[in-house]
Design a protein around this ligand. Structure first.
Ligand SMILES: [Cu+2]
Length: 181
């Protein structure tokens, strides 16, 4: 099993189950009322930003919950199990490597991607002037919110959100009912 296959298996099964296993009842922070469907994905009202909103079933809030860090650390350690299993079956076929300061693995038979994640330089430390030729958008919250609205809202609820989105590439401009100038 390649590292990518292993990652997808873990992500879609154990990882997701652990989120839901430890998730409490989602509540509206304004009044404590249970919200069966939790925060609507496109709702960024101020009240959801309170620390009490640490619902593990929503990527918006799950990282606020200390349990989140516990089981993600545990999942990270399963990567060593994957490495140990390969070492037992065919020693040396997986090579350790350091990438962007992170202990990882070199591209090879069992590791298909040699640049697997953006790394810290493209995230929190990337905002200094002159760091990038183009503007980094990872921390552009308005762009993220717009992208989420376009992704999750029904077409009838989109309003002018779509018009605010960047022009799509030519091959994606003719989806039915969503003509973009
Ligand atoms: Cu997670």
């Amino acid at each position: 099993m390649t590292l990518g296959q292993f990652g997808s298996e873990i992500e879609m099964t154990l990882h997701d189950w652990l989120h839901i296993c430890w998730a409490g009842v989602p509540r509206d922070p304004a009044n404590g009322m249970p919200q069966p469907w939790a925060r609507p994905p496109s709702d960024f009202s101020e009240r959801w930003f309170v620390q009490a909103n640490d619902f593990l079933g929503d990527p918006f809030s799950s990282h606020v919950n200390p349990v989140f860090w516990g089981f993600h650390g545990w999942i990270d350690e399963r990567i060593d199990d994957w490495y140990d299993a390969h070492q037992m079956a065919h020693p040396g076929e997986v090579q350790r490597a350091e990438l962007n300061g992170v202990h990882w693995f070199a591209k090879g038979k069992w590791v298909e991607i040699d640049d697997p994640w953006l790394g810290p330089v493209s995230h929190d430390c990337a905002e200094g002037p002159g760091m990038w030729i183009d503007k980094s958008v990872e921390k552009d919250l308005d762009v993220m919110k717009l992208a989420l609205r376009v992704t999750v809202l029904e077409r009838g609820e989109l309003g002018d959100n779509l018009n605010q989105a960047k022009l799509r590439p030519w091959y994606a401009r003719n989806l039915p009912g969503m003509q973009q100038a």
